[in-house]
Design a protein around this ligand. Structure first.
Ligand code: HEC
Ligand code: HEC
Ligand code: HEC
Ligand code: HEC
Ligand code: HEC
Ligand code: HEC
Ligand code: HEC
Ligand code: HEC
Ligand code: HEC
Ligand code: HEC
Ligand code: HEC
Length: 426
């Protein structure tokens, strides 16, 4: 008997449940009015506006299986027509708690709207009734479409000014990069905005948890460039960075961040012709850094005066640049036995281009310089020569000059004997 009661109870509940279902406003019901391109609403703030919801677009969206009222909770149980409705903002967080939490402590947090009125809401990046799966190539946040979505604000002069957005040229710089080119040509392995910044948890480079906080950058790029990262991790530059030295270079100091180019591209700072001047110089030609870290030479200057530097400036591409001898990612000081410029390895390093390089050939000072602080003997020898040359040439000029004046005077004397003060004629 008790069992029968229970069964009847369950049956009752099922009936009640299906009844709520038939009372619930179905999507078809809503779409009877809203799947009409002419459907409009009107209020004071917006005047007349469209309330058209394209049923095909909605059904094909990632939310196509949801009931309209799962998002438009405010309409639950409301009778049609419902023009008296005070619409409340749709809460995406009802189902996407994590996304809301991530955005809330990012640069796009709604709490910054006082200062920056154009902070995006979920729909600014994702759309409304047309939201697609993130990995759908047509999604507004797919790898290829993301830059365009961010550009709505980040490339809009008015918006970047009004919100004082940093790096207003970021979109056009990125568009030039190898990453952008690859993605546009269909290679989805390359990096788009969210690969380096995250899609929601976008943080300022000053924050320690940020993907673009300087010490975290090698890891951010290294997620895709494992080989480069593994090599970089060996380097003195990485050791120095890990010891807390903010002057040490990370990937972006040498490659830049948005307009990264292939090293084969002559416009790339990492191209052989440009490495010395554009990559290593900003730090290694800096007197401040040289003093601070005791770099032993003014390497850049000595390099540009060397046969390699001169030939490089002359346009010879086969010649050595800083990277050919030091490596680029795994740079180590000469004292380290693994270093390419450790005396034991020099023959091999130079030998890559000078097949007949002997030990002696390799030992010649590469960073030969004539400045006092670096090389006293050469300095004095050079000074002595300069002195000798100046004096010799000086004497020659004085002698020839005097002789010239003398001859002119004689010429005049002979032609116009009365013009010049009287002198003994020759
Ligand atoms: C009988 C026709 C009709 C039906 C059925 C209908 N709507 Fe509407 N809806 C309208 C009209 C007309 C407006 C514009 C109202 C106005 O001017 O305030 C509107 C406005 C809206 C708005 C925007 C309100 C605003 O202020 O911007 C939402 C959201 C909405 N409807 C959702 C729904 C949902 C969800 C359903 C189904 C549960 C539904 N509607 C069913 C006619 C209808
Ligand atoms: C995933 C959540 C979601 C679902 C599901 C959804 N909507 Fe919306 N809808 C939104 C959002 C977000 C807005 C914009 C609200 C705002 O700006 O405050 C919106 C706005 C609207 C508007 C007003 C348009 C305007 O310009 O103000 C109408 C009408 C509407 N929805 C109807 C529907 C109908 C009909 C369905 C079902 C077929 C539906 N919605 C399903 C999220 C949803
Ligand atoms: C600045 C643009 C932007 C804003 C604002 C934004 N998103 Fe996203 N969202 C993205 C990007 C880009 C991705 C895909 C990249 C990724 O994998 O992180 C994404 C991915 C998602 C995903 C799928 C992956 C995941 O993280 O679960 C969901 C769900 C999502 N967003 C919901 C939301 C919601 C809800 C909001 C509002 C609280 C929101 N998004 C705000 C850009 C944005
Ligand atoms: C009633 C629950 C609900 C609400 C509210 C809701 N969504 Fe969703 N959303 C879902 C479900 C369910 C999926 C599908 C998840 C899946 O297929 O993995 C989804 C998927 C998504 C995806 C694609 C995620 C992916 O992995 O590709 C995005 C983006 C997204 N929603 C954004 C939003 C935004 C923006 C809003 C607010 C306008 C919102 N959602 C409101 C339930 C919801
Ligand atoms: C609807 C406009 C809008 C969209 C779309 C948008 N942003 Fe922003 N973004 C802003 C505003 C406004 C700020 C400034 C926030 C501040 O000053 O606090 C900002 C700040 C930033 C910052 C920090 C720089 C700064 O000036 O503080 C980064 C990084 C960023 N956005 C990346 C992105 C990425 C990546 C996307 C695309 C996935 C994107 N944004 C989409 C409006 C937008
Ligand atoms: C390959 C990695 C990478 C990609 C791809 C990338 N960024 Fe960046 N972005 C960075 C790094 C690293 C920085 C930090 C530069 C610095 O330290 O000043 C940065 C800085 C920024 C800033 C300034 C942040 C601030 O607060 O100073 C904005 C805005 C920005 N990026 C937007 C974008 C947008 C939008 C896209 C996509 C079109 C994008 N980025 C793509 C790596 C990347
Ligand atoms: C989402 C993965 C991803 C991230 C993150 C990423 N890259 Fe890339 N990058 C690629 C892919 C894929 C290629 C093209 C394949 C290749 O040549 O390795 C590429 C190409 C390059 C190239 C040209 C390589 C060549 O052989 O011509 C350089 C340089 C580069 N990336 C530097 C960086 C730097 C620096 C960062 C961080 C600021 C970074 N990348 C972040 C995926 C990524
Ligand atoms: C001290 C400067 C410097 C740093 C730091 C640096 N690179 Fe490079 N990178 C270069 C130069 C120069 C080249 C060009 C080498 C060549 O011509 O073969 C290069 C080449 C590359 C290439 C092309 C393929 C290859 O391996 O030769 C990739 C990818 C790359 N770097 C990624 C990275 C990543 C990721 C980081 C950070 C973990 C990084 N780089 C750090 C200077 C640097
Ligand atoms: C962002 C600045 C920066 C850039 C760019 C940079 N370096 Fe350095 N480099 C340093 C600093 C700082 C040190 C010293 C680290 C320490 O001693 O802790 C260093 C150390 C070195 C050393 C070891 C010096 C010694 O006396 O032990 C060599 C060799 C070197 N770098 C070569 C290069 C080459 C070659 C390039 C270009 C491909 C380059 N660096 C690019 C900052 C830089
Ligand atoms: C032809 C090969 C070659 C080229 C090109 C070259 N170097 Fe060197 N570099 C060396 C050798 C060998 C040493 C160590 C012996 C010496 O100092 O002569 C050295 C020493 C250094 C040192 C001191 C590191 C130490 O541990 O002794 C720095 C810093 C340095 N070079 C930076 C540069 C920079 C920056 C460039 C480019 C502007 C450059 N080098 C170009 C071969 C080269
Ligand atoms: C990337 C290839 C490359 C590397 C590595 C290299 N060189 Fe050279 N070197 C050249 C080329 C090419 C020339 C010819 C320059 C010219 O046309 O004036 C040259 C010229 C020279 C000259 C001038 C005399 C001559 O033989 O033409 C000397 C000396 C020299 N290199 C020494 C060295 C030493 C020492 C090393 C190692 C520390 C070294 N090079 C590493 C390519 C290289």
């Amino acid at each position: 008997m008790g069992r029968m009661m229970r069964l009847a109870g369950i049956a009752g509940m099922i009936v009640l449940f299906s009844c709520t279902l038939c009372l619930a406003q179905s999507n078809e019901e809503c779409q009877e009015c809203h799947d009409d391109p002419e459907a409009t609403g009107e209020n004071e703030r917006r005047g007349e506006y469209s309330v058209y919801v394209d049923d095909e677009v909605y059904s094909n969206s990632i939310h196509g299986d949801l009931d309209c009222i799962e998002c438009h909770e405010e309409l639950e149980g409301v009778d049609f027509p419902h023009d008296e409705i005070e619409t409340r903002k749709v809460e995406c967080g009802l189902c996407h708690e994590d996304a809301v939490a991530e955005v809330s402590h990012s640069v796009h947090s709604p709490k910054f709207r006082d200062r920056a009125p154009d902070i995006p809401g979920c729909s600014d990046c994702h759309g409304v009734h047309d939201i697609l799966a993130v990995d759908d190539p047509a999604s507004s946040v797919s790898k290829a479409n993301q830059p365009r979505t961010c550009a709505v604000c980040h490339a809009d002069e008015e918006i970047t000014e009004r919100n004082r957005i940093v790096l207003p040229d970021v979109i056009s710089h990125y568009a030039e990069s190898i990453h952008s080119r690859l993605i546009r040509s269909g290679n989805t392995e390359a990096a788009t905005c969210s690969d380096c910044h995250h899609g929601h948890e976008i943080l300022s480079p000053l924050e320690q948890h940020s993907t673009i906080f300087k010490p975290n950058i090698p890891k951010t790029c290294g997620a895709c460039h494992e080989d480069a990262l593994a090599q970089y991790d060996i380097s003195l530059h990485a050791q120095s960075l890990n010891a807390g030295n903010k002057d040490a270079p990370v990937c972006t100091d040498c490659h830049s961040e948005h307009d990264i180019l292939k090293p084969e591209n002559p416009a790339a700072p990492t191209h052989g012709f440009n490495v010395a001047v554009e990559v290593c110089s900003p730090c290694h030609a800096s007197e401040r850094l040289a003093k601070k870290y005791g770099f032993r030479w003014r390497q850049v200057k000595s390099f540009s005066e060397s046969y390699h530097g001169l030939a490089l400036r002359g346009g010879k591409s086969t010649v050595a640049n800083c990277g050919s001898c030091h490596g680029v990612h795994d740079i180590l000081p000469s004292s380290d036995p693994r270093s390419r410029i450790n005396p034991a390895n020099l023959q091999e390093t130079c030998g890559a281009c000078h097949p007949n390089a002997t030990e002696n050939f390799a030992r010649g000072s590469i960073h030969f310089t004539t400045e006092l602080a670096e090389n006293k003997l050469t300095y004095f020898v050079r000074m002595f020569y300069i002195f000798l040359i100046t004096v010799t040439i000086g004497f020659m000029f004085i002698h020839n000059g005097l002789d010239f004046v003398h001859r002119v005077r004689i010429l005049y004397r002979n032609k116009y004997p009365d013009l010049l003060p009287h002198q003994r004629s020759v």
